[in-house]
Design a protein around this ligand. Sequence first.
Ligand SMILES: N[C@@H](CCC(=O)N[C@@H](CS)C(=O)NCC(=O)O)C(=O)O
Length: 227
Amino acid sequence: MSSTNETKTLTLHAHATGPNPFKIGIALESLQLPYTIKMWDFSDDAAHGVKGSTFLKINENGRVPALEDPNTGVVSWESGAIINYLRRTYDKAGRFGPRGPSEQDVVDFEKWEYFLLTTLGPMTGQTNWYRHYNAQANEDALHRYEAQTSRCYTVLEGQLDKSGGESILKGGVCAVDWHFEPWLRQHEFAGLSLEEYPRVKKWLEGMKGRKEVQEAYRKIKEAADGS
Ligand SMILES: N[C@@H](CCC(=O)N[C@@H](CS)C(=O)NCC(=O)O)C(=O)O
């Protein structure tokens, strides 16, 4: 499946603002695969909501992103699983990483991927929840999750110091950076500043300037405006 001319159009299931679908848009752009975007809201509306009967047939967990690939018949969800599916199936050029052939290179890729998926992402999500959505103010919970998210920023700042700063892993931007980008881009929504994290700030500016990143955001925004 090396020629995009012969490749059937994939469907990315997304949301206008939630960070996780952007990762998949960036991955698809990087591979230059043809894809269409279907937008969902967070309701249980049967036709439009991620908790509604139509979407639950695609992802029983009721969350975006999900990806349908008519080339293989594979339906995937959970951004980590989707990215690794795309990597195994389409990434013949090694754009996604790991950044070398050794076992340490593979572990380095996976540890940063898992750190985002299990720690920075969920901690930021909880910060967002307690800042914007919890029915009652809960300052203890908000401070706990803010502190944990900031701690993750500190860990990332340290890694960017070690890697040289352009990408999280030495050797250039890869799928690990795509995982982190949408979460860091939304730091203000979490009520957090990057002023104490100059390397993270600079890395984020670099990521925002990349073509595959800009195209993914443009297409998801366009799909959201049209939905
Ligand atoms: N661990 C999942 C998280 C997916 C997730 O939480 N997606 C959000 C949007 S970014 C969502 O669909 N939220 C719907 C809800 O909370 O009801 C992943 O990485 O794909």
